[in-house]
Design a binder for this molecule. Structure first.
Ligand code: 16G
Ligand code: ZN
Length: 528
């Protein structure tokens, strides 16, 4: 390692005194002006990770749904997954080190991980549309270069596009071409094939209003439009030309406040959706004729997709094991519907994409979605092979057609991570194929009324949880009090958990009526 070069560049990216940050569930996030040294150091770490894995590693500069003034960074592992936990710790350690300690820490990581320093390193870099992102990604490049790594700067891309390209590169393009164009071509082809069969459903041209949170999603949708079949009419709103990123719009805003975004006028029964700031989350919604707002969140999406896949699996007559993975935030009605009506096994994990992703990998087909709209479908290698073989060789027409549809779903869904563009196309294809309106989709089950709150406490770490965050083990007595409280209401459930992204404790409650949910939630937060 050329420590002189590292030290020289490192001095150009000084750490603000007294600042400590942690690599959390979504990487580092903070005010953009605090992040320059972190970007540089993540460039360094990405080089070591690349040498260790002998693969291309991704670095994405984004703070997703956070305000425009914030920024963040996360590393993408070889198959497009989130960085493994052990390296999250190295990331935290390297970030919080004083300048003169950097050399030792890098050496220690190399020793512990037996990194071969002669190995080449290759890094893919992407960024969102924040004003601070360009300069910060330049600092990542400084980090990569000062350790002699090669890089490809993809510039403005959605987070899932970067994940996709990293995966393509490391699978010798088996997963697709490692370019943004390759991404558009792969998805558009699969979408076109899938929806070919839908024209018989009458509704020839379908239109969708998309709120892009004034972020990268708008740019990329506009690029993609010319590849997509004309059957889907996309209307992009909140494209970032006039308004600020994530300001009163986007998937997170719509989910949290349960109301439509600013900048998008909804006519009754019109199907609309919102992306978040880096286009890895999506939620759908509509206003009914009485003007009531209806949200179709990650749970509704998981239900729609898993029901569709299950129907196809029944048609092809092969036993492939499918499961849905959710978190404690999943609406109780969705879990009940999946388990009791659809007979689909449901598993609950801790919040955070990597937990859901890992669990979903255990099945032939794992559908995972967080209620907030982040999710995808994973197909095991064996399941994928079986499906592709059936699509090619099956003699029975009906079975072969079903297998072809599954094959197109495999190609349309971004299996590396939740992807608003890809999820939107999957949903649109399913709705078209099943001839469903957004109201019919919404009516599959009725959400239990729920309420979320955040509570500022002196130290959120006093709360420790178990059972996928559904129960608090510390402080003593807290869970007993919550149990006591929820017993008084029908179909009720509540939990508290420390946030992984903000210095707050989150409280969630649901019950048979909004009044009950609204009562339980603040009470629970008082107990906290
Ligand atoms: C991060 C996670 C998201 C999770 C959220 C919870 C990733 C890529 N993102 O945004 O999955 O829902 O954190 O935040 O893992 P919280 O811990 O503050 O509630
Ligand atoms: Zn996001």
């Amino acid at each position: 390692m050329d420590f002189e070069k590292v030290a020289k560049y490192s001095a150009l990216h000084p750490k603000p005194a007294g600042l400590t940050l942690q690599y959390g569930t979504a990487g580092f996030r903070s005010k953009a002006e605090h992040l320059d040294h972190i970007m540089y150091r993540m460039g360094l770490l990405a080089v070591l990770r690349s040498k260790k894995t002998k693969s291309t590693i991704g670095v994405m500069v984004t703070a997703s749904h956070n305000p425009e003034e914030d920024n963040g960074v996360k590393l993408v592992d070889p198959l497009g997954e989130m960085l493994i936990s052990a390296w999250e710790e190295y990331a935290t350690c390297l970030t919080n080190a004083e300048e003169q300690e950097i050399q030792n820490i890098l050496t220690e990581i190399c020793q512990k991980e037996a990194v071969n320093l002669h190995q080449d390193a290759s890094i893919f870099i992407g960024r969102d549309t924040r004003p601070s992102s360009e300069k910060l990604s330049q600092s990542v490049i400084d980090g990569v270069s000062s350790l002699g790594g090669q890089y490809h700067d993809y510039g403005l891309v959605t987070t899932p596009q970067l994940h996709y390209m990293v995966c393509c590169q490391n699978t010798q393009e088996h997963y697709g071409k490692a370019t943004v164009e390759g991404y558009y071509q792969k998805l558009s082809k699969a979408f076109g094939e899938l929806t070919k069969q839908a024209s018989s459903c009458g509704d020839d041209q379908r239109s969708l209003k998309i709120d892009c949170a004034n972020g990268i999603g708008a740019l990329k949708l506009k690029e993609m439009e010319r590849y997509l079949p004309k059957k889907l009419l996309i209307h992009v709103y909140n494209d970032g030309i006039k308004e600020k990123l994530n300001h009163l719009c986007g998937a997170d805003f719509v989910k949290v406040y349960q109301k439509p975004p600013l900048g998008l006028e909804i006519k009754p029964n019109e199907r609309c959706c919102s992306f978040d700031g880096d286009a890895d989350r999506i939620v759908y919604y509509y206003n009914d004729t009485a003007g009531h707002f209806h949200l179709l969140d990650g749970d509704k999406i998981a239900t729609l997709i898993s029901t569709f896949i299950k129907e196809l699996l029944t048609k092809i007559g092969k036993t492939l094991e499918m499961a849905v993975v959710q978190t404690a935030y999943a609406n109780g009605s969705s879990t009940r519907y999946l388990e009791e009506t659809m007979k689909v096994p449901v598993h609950c994990t801790k919040t955070g994409v990597k937990h859901l992703h890992h669990k979903a990998q255990e099945f032939d087909i794992g559908v995972y979605f967080e209620a907030n709209g982040h999710g995808t479908v994973l197909f095991s290698k064996a399941a994928e092979e079986k499906i592709r073989q059936l699509a090619k060789e099956e003699k029975d027409n009906q079975k072969r057609e079903a297998a072809k549809m599954l094959e197109n779903i495999i190609d349309l869904i971004n299996q590396t991570v939740g992807d608003a563009i890809s999820d939107m196309l999957v949903i649109e294809a399913i709705l078209a194929l099943k001839g469903l309106t957004v109201q019919q989709w919404d009516a599959i089950y009725e959400d239990l009324p729920n309420r979320q709150l955040k509570v500022k406490v002196a130290d959120r770490r006093v709360i420790d949880t178990t059972a996928a965050e559904t129960r608090a083990v510390t402080p003593p007595g807290l869970q007993e009090k919550i149990d006591e409280l929820v017993k008084k209401y029908r179909l009720s459930r509540a939990f508290v958990r420390p946030s992984g992204t903000e210095d707050v404790v989150r409280v969630y409650a649901e019950a048979d009526t909004q009044v009950s949910a609204e009562t339980i939630c603040p009470y629970s937060s008082c107990i906290v």
